[in-house]
Write a protein that binds this ligand. Structure first.
Ligand code: SPV
Ligand code: MG
Length: 290
């Protein structure tokens, strides 16, 4: 029997290898990442928002996010970890979110200990944090609501982002683990990875650690491998690549009033049809008309 998506994500998070989740923000970007070979996907709140043309401040409703992530789950066979921001409300909202994610075959959710409405971690300083008891209530509510025993809850510690101490980051992570979190995402916006490395040393793999090296991208992955990090999230690179590629093609077509010059730079229609499954539609028609 094939493994459920939640089981696949659980195996990745718990494996002794360093694993990778690639950002995707709609069905087609999810499919492309899967085809490349990624074993799992990160449905980024920032990139979902960007794809809607809105800010990463919970301007999209949670059901709009759910609808998009369902398209992503339908388009792929690999597990998706949804960036669920702060859970779109209190513990009750988190429980309802987890229930719906299990129904739609989304393998896990990452919830951060900031306040609703959230703002992106790379904006501003000293962002306020939720109290530990209020956040552990969200974890317990999520674990209680999951219908799939393998569903993954990643608790995201924003203490370092908010300028709090290393000790507070460790205390929060400890409380979240005790409340039932399956993994801890420790986030940093520093250009070097010293504080992440320090956290990992002191945490000593009390439970799996997930990192997002968007800012400290120069540190080789072997450093994190040696520290026993479970999973790295490449958090926004499909969207940032798309912005550059779309801009270049728009500029060229606008300037030349022709599409000839870009023909070699864009996907063929055969590739488009292949990505959306047109190539197997005829087989489907034959099967149902037999
Ligand atoms: C996201 O991808 O939306 C994240 C990661 O939450 S970050 O933008 O680094 O906060
Ligand atoms: Mg986010």
């Amino acid at each position: 029997m094939t493994k459920t998506k939640a089981r696949q994500l659980r195996d990745m998070i718990q494996s002794s290898e360093l694993e990778f989740l690639m950002e995707a923000h709609n069905g087609v970007s999810a499919k492309i990442a899967e085809r490349t070979g990624f074993k799992g996907l990160w449905a980024s709140g920032l990139c979902l928002s960007t794809s809607y043309g809105i800010r990463d401040r919970n301007e999209a409703s949670w059901t709009q996010v759910l609808e998009t992530v369902e398209f992503m789950a339908d388009a792929t066979d690999v597990p998706i970890l949804l960036d669920g921001d702060t859970g779109y409300g209190d513990f009750n909202n988190v429980a309802r979110l987890v229930k719906k994610l299990c129904q739609r075959d989304v393998a896990g959710v990452c919830i951060e200990d900031k306040l609703f409405p959230k703002q992106n971690s790379f904006l501003g300083d000293a962002q306020p944090l939720l109290t530990i008891p209020d956040f552990t209530a969200k974890i317990r509510a999520a674990k209680d609501a999951q219908s799939d025993p393998d569903f993954i809850f990643v608790a995201r510690v924003e203490a370092l982002i908010a300028g709090r101490s290393m000790q507070e980051a460790l205390d929060r992570a400890g409380a979240y683990r005790q409340a039932g979190a399956d993994a801890i995402l420790i986030h940093s916006k520093k250009a070097d990875s010293k504080e992440i490395e320090e956290f990992c040393r002191q945490w000593d793999n009390a439970c799996p650690v997930v990192i997002v090296p968007t800012k400290y991208h120069q540190t080789p992955m072997d450093v994190f491998r040696d520290l026993g990090v479970s999973t790295t999230i490449w958090a926004n690179h499909a969207m940032r690549a798309a912005i550059v590629a779309i801009s270049e093609v728009c500029e060229e077509i606008y300037r030349t009033q022709s599409i000839s010059a870009v023909e070699q730079k864009v996907a063929t229609l055969t590739e488009v049809f292949d990505l959306t499954g047109e190539n197997v539609f005829d087989d489907f028609v034959r099967k149902v008309s037999a």
